[in-house]
Design a protein around this ligand. Structure first.
Ligand code: NZQ
Ligand code: ZN
Length: 385
């Protein structure tokens, strides 16, 4: 196992009918800005419930954060938050709203141009102050509710933003707030969470037994409850397990002390930036082809994955590996996610656009061994046609 530090200060409040506890989690004298998305939280009454749970606190609302949140929209929120002297931010939404709120919390105090926040990647934003924030999750998928990471779109590119200051103080996970999700968002969420686990697991063995078994447990759970939640909106226990899987997939715990390979995410982000395909869906398109391409590099872990996640123990090593990759793709297809680029209208010209964007973003040495260049990305994309 590799050395690691683990820090995750976010309090999780999980379960139905717990909104009343907001009162203890947000300072009584706080001036709160509720941040929400394109309108679902307003339309389905979540914002009204949240506002009433905030009691006598002074509350400002900022709506209109789009999926894949845009820098310009978030800067409007920053202006409002500064002029209203907001001292607590409350995100009510999915990954886009939670991520956007993290950016707002940093940008309210940043002493350089706010766009500079976007250019520090995984090294982290050099920032010493952020407005405290909490989250009310309406879409289980990204794990943003329990990590310090966010993704912001600027000039048609997606930029990763890291800062320990943006861990939410708390996140409330009530399955009732997710019941209005359209089916395709459930599918996207299941795929996103599953692939978060894969990218921290399917690399090379380092004898990290706790992390491996937790990762396998989350994946098996997602396989069990993903389809159930997708097909049966009333199944609350499945939905709860899906929600907690999505949080644990990216709250840092399974990723400590192990190599990571975020190649699928890096390619997926470009498919969203260039063609507007939803985040989770982009990953499901790419992953099966990436695994086929990197079969030799990931051989030992793929065999473990075949055995412990898909119960494939018969046949030759190659048969088991191919079987596990096929099962993975079938799992995404069972959620009605089509896993080829042509279906989304992406041709050779589109592939070239993705490659040139990745080059501009410096995404040229990817994978757990940093030897996956754009030539390999091209092979993956061409095979995904
Ligand atoms: O905007 P509204 O009207 O609220 O509609 C949203 C949006 O259209 C809708 N929705 C959310 N909750 C709903 C609902 N509709 C009905 N009922 C509800 N309860 O769902 C649509 C998608 O929402 P969005 O927040 O964009 O989806 P998701 O949670 O998948 O977030 C995607 C964003 O997160 C980033 C992605 O890059 C993307 O920008 N990521 C963030 C990560 C992180 N912070 O750790 C990691 C991820 O890998 C990912 O990159
Ligand atoms: Zn993701």
């Amino acid at each position: 196992m590799l050395d690691f530090n683990f820090y995750n200060p976010t309090q999780i409040v999980f379960g139905q009918n717990r909104l009343g506890e907001l009162d203890q989690m947000i300072p009584a004298n706080a001036k709160v800005m509720i941040v929400y998305g394109g309108g679902s939280a307003k339309k389905y009454g979540t914002i009204d419930k949240v506002t009433s749970a905030l009691g006598n606190r002074s509350v400002v609302e900022f709506g209109g954060v789009e999926a894949n949140p845009e820098f310009d929209t978030l800067m409007k929120a920053v202006e409002t938050a500064k002029s209203e002297k907001i001292d607590f931010l409350l995100a009510v939404g999915g990954g886009s709203v939670m991520d956007g709120t993290k950016f707002i919390s940093l940008a309210m105090h940043y002493d350089k141009e706010a766009s500079d926040i976007l250019f520090h990647g995984f090294a982290g934003v050099p920032s010493s102050k952020a407005t405290p924030l909490g989250c009310i999750v309406t879409l289980p998928a990204t794990g943003s509710e329990s990590n310090s990471f966010s993704v912001v779109t600027f000039n048609e590119q997606k930029y990763p933003v890291m800062s320990p200051l943006t861990f939410p103080k708390f996140s409330l996970l009530d399955p009732d707030f997710t019941i209005t999700l359209p089916k395709e968002q459930i599918a996207n969420g299941v795929a996103d969470a599953f692939i978060h686990v894969i990218e921290q697991y399917l690399t090379m063995p380092v004898d990290a037994r706790v992390q491996d078994r937790m990762a396998e447990g989350i994946m098996r759970t997602l396989i069990e409850v993903g389809q159930t939640t997708y097909n049966d909106n009333e199944n609350l226990e499945a939905r709860k397990n899906f929600m907690w899987s999505a949080t644990t997939a990216l709250n840092g715990i399974i990723g400590v002390g192990v190599p990571h390979d975020w190649t699928t995410h890096m390619i997926g982000h470009e498919l969203t930036a260039c063609f507007g395909i939803a985040h989770g869906r982009t990953l499901a398109i790419i992953l099966p082809y990436l695994l086929k391409e990197r079969k030799q590099n990931k051989r030992a872990k793929l065999l473990q994955y075949a055995d412990r996640v898909w119960d494939l123990r018969e046949g030759s090593e190659d048969e088991r590996i191919e079987g596990a990759i096929a099962k993975t793709e079938e799992f995404f297809n069972s959620l009605d996610i089509v896993t080829n680029l042509t279906h989304y209208g992406i041709d050779d010209k589109g592939i070239e656009k993705v490659l040139s964007n990745m080059e501009k973003m410096g995404l040229t040495a990817l994978s757990e061994t940093q030897d996956l260049g754009l030539d390999v990305v091209k092979k993956i994309l061409v095979s995904a046609k």
